[in-house]
Design a protein around this ligand. Structure first.
Ligand code: HEC
Length: 169
């Protein structure tokens, strides 16, 4: 009995050494969202306070956020014509996400309420980017999110926003 178990042990020990399993690769770190409410804005960049961007529209110059808004208006206007024509709409989230980390004219406007509405806007943009069956409804939700923030922050551009509605001329 005793010698039998010794044989078993020896046999086990004689097994060729298994190839060392390669060390499991650590999972890639979750991508860090580099544009959130916590993101520190860099003083002195174009469009920051004291460094406004020359603008035909605004003799005082435009903030980084105002310039970003103009780009958003152009993109959404382009999306409108494509939605109406049933053409593919370019995705917008990657471009528009910076709404959360750009300098407004008044730095204090970048507050938690603003950020919550910016996140809501970006959620609607993502939903449109996902190309749902009802593109018109998804598009209208994007424009509604523009309006929601503007009703709460600055209502000057409301006419521009209403002009982006699908049924506006
Ligand atoms: C989360 C809030 C928020 C959302 C969402 C938002 N805006 Fe704005 N928008 C602002 C604020 C705040 C300003 C003022 C920026 C400044 O003065 O720096 C502004 C400025 C503008 C301006 C004036 C830019 C200029 O040249 O002065 C236009 C036009 C505009 N937004 C249109 C839009 C449209 C269209 C959308 C949706 C596609 C949109 N906004 C979504 C907050 C928002």
């Amino acid at each position: 009995m005793r010698s039998f178990s010794l044989v078993v042990v020896l046999t086990l020990c004689a097994c060729p050494k298994k190839e060392e399993a390669p060390l499991a690769q650590p999972p890639p770190p979750a991508p860090v969202d580099d544009c959130t409410f916590e993101t520190k804005l860099v003083p002195g960049v174009p469009g920051s306070p004291g460094h406004l961007i020359a603008s035909e529209r605004n003799p005082n110059g435009a903030s980084e956020l105002a310039t970003h808004m103009r780009m958003m208006v152009d993109d959404v206007r382009d999306a409108k014509s494509k939605v109406l024509a049933g053409q593919p709409v370019p995705t917008l989230f990657a471009k528009h996400r910076k709404i959360r980390c750009t300098w407004p004219t008044a730095a204090s406007d970048r507050n938690e309420a603003f950020d919550a509405m910016a996140q809501n806007y970006l959620a609607q943009v993502k939903a449109l980017d996902a190309k749902p069956a009802d593109m018109k409804a998804a598009y209208s939700d994007v424009v509604r999110a523009c309006r929601t923030c503007h009703e709460a922050t600055c209502d000057g551009p409301i006419a521009v926003i209403d002009g982006l509605a699908l049924d506006a001329k």
